[in-house]
Design a protein around this ligand. Structure first.
Ligand code: FAD
Length: 389
């Protein structure tokens, strides 16, 4: 069987790697360089604390790979298990925290419910006063997405995957309702070349809807710009502090090495509905960064007046209406694995394996992906993930 993976971000590479284990001839095409789109702009967070079963299951299956990445791939991805700390300001959110922790624990996660005072044991600079509850999971953490890309790419190449960078898919071909081939064009080439394939995997992230359109299918996946600021906090955030999220304001931060911290959050609901993934502002807005720091200062002591904003960047979330990905065989021959919102780095190991299962077997036994079918929006069967920033 011949498979073409579209997209050389962490999801496409994970899928290509998993396919190479299944006796499939795999070509991966990436229109730029490997991992240079959303993957390189991620905060690198890995957590089991989600509010839907399917997201928790994707996390737990993925963590198995992240935890043993160096043994499997020979690359140290800088995994640091500082935990994630979620904070609730209202009773309604605290009630959801209780339900989430129960569900997460039932599925095997180590999450626990804390009082705000207990939360200060993990985040000593936290002001517990505005909060009524917290959740914490010591097994959550961060890793370096660029190193994960390197590990997957090297392993995939070693197993015979042909990786073609600076090569874009420009069209997909169908015979009846089945996708049977693609047009590829290398940067600078005068013409596209046509390839016949048995399966195409759409792992094009923020561009996934455009790939779907080439095959005549509508995917409800849209690019949304999100930003991160790198700051010198005063006083510094200790390196042991978890990635801390004030869920109701959307503000989050985490320590980096050498006293630096990353600060993020999306504070206005005013996303540009027509964001062009090929022409968005990749720089950080200074006013946004000032607000992100101000918001983090409101509930911690770390971002005092002498805090300096060093730099920052913007990247794209690939967002669906319910913040869960589309993972399915959309039409015969076309497997979609995209729309991961702010969770696609951490869910890449499980998602790649599932994509390979769908290509080869038409189904997966890793976990129940039926909630992630793309027609859930028409059926009115959407999911609700509230633990997002
Ligand atoms: C600011 C920010 C913070 C984030 N923080 C986190 C976090 O803490 N944890 C987490 O898990 N996730 C996080 N994310 C989300 C995460 O970055 C993404 O979900 C993940 O990187 C998606 O990977 P991907 O491979 O699907 O997409 P991408 O990395 O975008 O890869 C898709 C690739 O497809 C290629 N492509 C597109 N069209 C074509 C074509 N026609 N032909 C060939 N190639 C094509 C693109 O060039 C691109 O390289 C964050 C994202 C942002 C923006």
């Amino acid at each position: 069987m011949d498979a073409l993976v579209v997209g050389g971000g962490v999801v496409g590479l994970s899928a290509a790697y998993a396919l190479s284990d299944r006796d499939v001839n795999v070509t991966l095409v990436e229109k730029g360089s490997l991992g240079n789109a959303s993957t390189a702009r991620s905060a690198g967070g890995i957590r089991s604390q989600f509010s839907t079963r399917v997201n928790v299951e994707l996390s737990l299956a993925s963590k198995e790979v992240w935890n043993s990445f160096e043994e499997r791939f020979g690359v140290d991805i800088g995994l640091r298990k500082n935990g994630y700390l979620f904070l609730a300001r209202s009773e309604a959110t605290a009630e959801r925290f209780r339900e989430n922790v129960e569900m997460q624990r039932e599925l095997g996660a180590e999450s626990e419910l804390l009082t705000p005072a207990e939360a200060t044991e993990h985040c000593p600079g936290l002001d517990p006063e505005p909060f009524v509850a917290a959740t914490y999971n010591p097994d959550d953490g961060i890793a370096d997405p660029n190193l994960a890309v390197q590990g997957y790419a090297e392993a995939a190449r070693e197993r015979g995957v042909e990786i073609r960078t600076k090569t874009a898919v420009t069209d997909l071909h169908r015979e009846g309702d089945r996708v049977v081939g693609a047009d590829l064009r290398e940067v600078g080439a005068e013409r596209s070349e046509r390839v016949e394939v048995d399966r195409v995997v759409n792992a094009a992230g923020a561009w996934a809807a455009a790939i779907g359109e080439m095959a005549g299918v509508d995917l409800p996946i849209a690019p949304r710009r999100r930003q991160i600021a790198v700051v010198d906090p005063t006083p510094p955030v200790p390196e042991s502090v978890p990635l801390t999220i004030d869920l109701e304001t959307g503000s989050y931060f985490r320590p980096e090495r050498d006293g630096v911290a990353l600060v993020g959050g999306h504070f206005d609901g005013d996303d540009d509905p027509d964001q062009d993934p090929d022409a968005y502002d990749e720089g950080m807005d200074v006013e946004w960064a000032a607000r992100a720091v101000e918001n983090a200062a409101e509930y911690t002591e770390y971002f005092g007046l002498d805090t300096r904003i060093q730099r920052g960047w913007a990247g794209l979330y690939a967002v669906t209406p319910d913040h869960h990905p589309v993972v399915e065989e959309t039409i015969p021959g076309l497997v979609t694995v995209a729309g991961f919102s702010g969770h696609g780095f951490q869910h890449a190991p499980a998602s790649g394996r599932i994509a390979a299962d769908l290509v080869v077997d038409g189904e997966t036994d890793l976990l129940d992906v039926s909630p992630l079918a793309g027609d859930r929006f028409e059926r009115g069967d959407t999911l609700t993930e509230r633990s997002v920033a």
